[in-house]
Each structure stands twice: as C-alpha cells, then as structure tokens.
Unconditional design. Structure first.
Length: 342
C-alpha cells in the first residue's frame, strides 16, 4: 500500500510502498478515508518533537471504514464507518483504569510512535475505534479526533457548569471548537480573545463576544463586560505566558483557568490577590480521553459543533501535496486546515 512517511526529521516526507498491516488479536484493519494534517505533524517533520521508530507513517487524525476485524475484535464488522482515538494504551494500568489513560506508561500515539493514517490502511486496537454516524463526513470525523477533543477535555477539566461565563484565549483550531462546545454545554456568555480581526469575526459568528486584545487590555475589558466580576472559566489555548496570566487574572471568585497552550516559559501569578483570595484554580490540560469522544461525535451529529467551515481544502495521498500543506502550516499557523482524502 501507499504510505507517506517521515524518514528523517528535518527532511520532506516520502511516499513509500509498504506492506498492508495485519489486524492482530483485538485489532481492526481500517481503510483510511480521511486523515487530517495537523500542526503537530509539521513539528514532527521539523524534528521539534521526537518521532520514533523511523521511518514512520504520520497522521493521528483518522477516519475510515473497517476492512477486517482481527480475532476477538467482535464489536465491529467490515464496512462500518469509524473514527480513531489516537492514543493506544494498555487498558489495564491504574491510569487506564482510573480514567486518565493519557498517563499510561505504555501509551503510543498513532502517527508519532506507531504508524498513522497517511496511508491506505491502518491497524489499531478496536477499543480505539468509535462509530462515525453516516451524516458526519469522514473529513470531519478525522479532525474531530484532535483539536475538538482537546477543547472538550479542557472544558471538562475546568468543570464548566450551565449558566457560567467563559473566556477563550485564542480562537484558532482549538478555540473554534471550544467556543461552540462551551455554548452547547450551556455557558451563559463566551468571550473570545484574539488579536486577529478575521478570527474575532468568526468567533462572533459562532455566538461569542469578541474581545480584541490588540486594542484593549482583555482582562479589563472582560471585567467591564461582566460588571467587574470576571469569568467562571478561562481557557488558554495559545501557549503564551502573557495570555496565561490574563486567563488567571480574569477569573471570578471560584473561577478556574484551564491551560492547554504549550510553552516552556514561566508566568507570574500574584498568589493572594489572584488565587487564594478568590479560591481560584489553575488547571493543566493534557490531551483528551477516549471516553469523551462519544459525546463529541453526538454534538456534531446534533449540529452543536459545526466543523464544515473548519476544513480549508482536501489533498490526495501524495508526498508533494502533503509536504506543501505542512509548509503552509509552518508559514500561516493553525488556521489552515487541510485533510487528506482517499
Ligand atoms: Zn492533531
Ligand atoms: Zn495503561
């Protein structure tokens, strides 16, 4: 079969002819119909994030059709439409059993630690597969498995309750889903903070109150808009010390700031005024969980999470087109959303 693979970090991906993998016990062989090209894949290609073993087929946002089911994988039959949870875990350790499988010591991500979806087929444990309803296109099923899932996990970690107010810092791929999900989960008001007019306009179209941080101090502005109170939940989806600090400072009494943007830089917090005195919480968000995916799929089915406008274009399974899409992500940021279709 054809597979587009990372052979060496820092080099262009290559189209290789490889063996069709076999569905082992408890596994499915899935014929890939769509694979999202994610910003992380650009990092993997550039060598900013370690991928092994090499060569490896990239692609962790995958949807397709069950081709064959291995021994014991009785919950699916050939022909069923599925989307795939990208983290393959042991399913048995304390973390897996306790509902925090992202900390499983043997966790392996498809497209990073084992072959992913930039290929005609992928073999994966059947418990990583989720039924994709007919009304959700494969392209949407694929991209649902990454940023949308992490946006939902961030809202879950922040324990958003109906009637609460939310501030979303960063309205790119994650924010696009986070705004819609927060509204679907009953948020009273969602403030969308960004500096790009196009993104703010789009956030407004989704029902958020746009806050242009290029023109105002978003903390003061949101405090003003909430009568001085601040918000119950703030999501930081950018990964900048400054916006992390703003997410903490904008919190109301008992507010929760969930940080999902990645940075290795530090940011300052005034312990008494910003945290203790309000019993505010700063919460880390790492990835997402398989158990969150059925609700997410249902939300797309119900029209509460609309992803049709999230996909910029589709490309075939060819190294040139995929490398070009990765170049675009490196150059223009996460607003470009390209999906490989087969
Ligand atoms: Zn991704
Ligand atoms: Zn485990």
């Amino acid at each position: 079969m054809k597979a587009v693979r990372l052979v060496q970090p820092g080099r262009r991906l290559e189209l290789q002819e490889v063996e069709v993998p076999a569905a082992g016990p408890g596994e499915l062989l899935v014929r890939v119909k769509a694979a999202g090209i994610c910003h992380s894949d650009a990092h993997y290609r550039a060598g900013k994030s370690r991928v092994q073993p090499l060569p490896l087929t990239l692609g962790h946002e995958v949807a397709g059709v069950v081709e064959t089911a291995g021994a014991g994988a009785t919950n699916f039959s050939p022909g069923e439409r599925v989307c795939l949870h990208y983290l393959v875990t042991c399913g048995e350790c304390g973390h897996c059993q306790g509902g925090s499988e992202q900390f499983c010591a043997s966790a392996a991500m498809i497209g990073k630690h084992r072959d992913g979806g930039y290929a005609e087929f992928i073999a994966i444990p059947s418990r990583n597969a989720f039924r994709l309803p007919d009304e959700i296109p494969f392209e949407q099923g694929a991209i649902l498995m990454c940023s949308s899932a992490t946006a939902l996990h961030a809202l879950n970690k922040a324990r958003l309750q109906p009637g609460e107010s939310v501030a979303v810092f960063g309205t790119g791929g994650l924010g696009f889903s986070a705004i819609q999900l927060a509204i679907a989960l009953g948020a009273r008001e969602v403030f969308a903070v960004d500096i790009k007019l196009g993104k703010l306009e789009r956030a407004k179209g989704l029902g958020a109150v746009p806050v242009n941080a290029a023109e105002c101090d978003p903390v003061l502005e949101i405090r003003r808009l909430t009568g001085g109170g601040g918000v119950d939940v703030a999501l930081e989806l950018i990964g900048l010390p400054r916006t992390m600090q703003q997410a903490v400072r904008v919190l109301a009494i008992k507010g929760r700031a969930a940080l999902a943007g990645i940075t290795d830089k530090t940011f300052e917090v005034a312990p008494y005024e910003e945290v203790l005195n309000k019993e505010a919480e700063i919460i880390g968000v790492s990835d997402h969980l398989a158990q969150e995916l059925p609700l997410l799929i249902q939300m797309v089915r119900d029209g509460k999470l609309i992803l049709s406008k999230a996909i910029t274009r589709t490309v075939p399974l060819e190294a040139g087109a995929i490398n070009e899409a990765l170049d675009g992500l490196e150059g223009f940021g996460e607003d470009v959303r390209v999906v490989i279709t087969m």
